[in-house]
Write a protein that binds this ligand. Sequence first.
Ligand code: SUG
Length: 417
Amino acid sequence: MPLVEINFDGIVGPTHNYAGLSLGNLASARNAGAVAHPRAAALQGIEKMRSNLALGLAQGILLPHRRPNETWLARLGATVESADPTLLANACSASPMWAANAATVSPAPDTGDGRCHLTVANLATMPHRSHEWPETLAQLRLAFADSRHFAVHDPVPPPFGDEGAANHMRLTASHGAPGIEVFVYGKAGGAFPARQHAQASAAVARLHRLDPARVMLVQQSEEAIAAGAFHNDVVAVANEGVLFTHEQAFADSQGFYADLRAKLPEVQIVEVPASRISLEAAIRSYLFNAQLVTLPEGGMALVLPTDAKEVPGVWGWLEEMIAGNGPIRRLVPVDVRQSMANGGGPACLRLRVVADSATIDPRFLVDAEKLDRVAAVIAAEWPEDVTPADLASSLFRTPALAARKALLQLLALQELI
Ligand code: SUG
């Protein structure tokens, strides 16, 4: 069977809320304390998946984690009753929805043993994300249990922060051919933390047994992090032979492009100049936090947030790009506003895996009919509104746990309950 790209979207959990937990993520700070809408958020995610299925793409899912995370609280000597509001918010975050941060994935053609390797991300920099990995690992070990085709690794040990695929790009002539894997790390970010450590990137490349000649370690620009690009996927995205990037994404863009061209002469680099779209406008519109996908009929589409239409200058530039007959032929706007308000666009919500879908546990794969059943559970069980203050109430927590359980039962994933 052929290797295809499969996007695994994180389903937004019933505790989705705006607690302003992510320093350096401007949307998270801007919306701190706002009323969140978990049901609408999860249904927006389902609509995005439906839209991608309609484009002819393969689709998978990752599941919401058990929240509040009482195991994590217990290790801190706390309970849901005793935890202060900030600690409780950290234990309740629905952040596993951003599946781009679940793991780094190296497809089989790139690795020394011909298996697809996945390393779960430790997400060590942010407290609310640092306790995701055990449950993510449990899901990955189920979905990719076939050890003839997959190797699933434990996280890189802290303090080396690893944020997974959000700082990793794979460029290749085609999905099934060997790729150049680009690991983007941060050193400094002005007032904000650099969340991806170079040592973590290097460790993942070694664990995945990548050919050092086909690995690139590239520094993210300090100005990008300082402007709010807390992950590289906020300012750049790649697919097959195309890199779509902001001019100021990397510390040394020209050096990076030259090295990349030397390794992959056919690469096409579509660079957006800062003179047309400033870093600030790029981060506000999230035009790069897009899924750049190869369509079955040929050509590439950019699945990007509808918000990109609202920032002056952005949509006009994109339409010029399409008219210019470059590699990106189509714009597909999707409404993921609930996730966007926490700094997560279409690309954040998915983990890309290139593999033969027949080797993956089918409970993690979806078609339109299965999505209908998932949407029905969300519509019936997910709360409509949540404020950070609600997190302390058992009237909110008990139904939230029951809602997740109903979804896992529907999918026959009882072992995750
Ligand atoms: O880690 N937001 C996430 C957004 C992650 C986006 N992912 C990628 N770019 N791939 C983060 O900053 C906000 C949660 C809060 O503030 O309550 C949050 O965690």
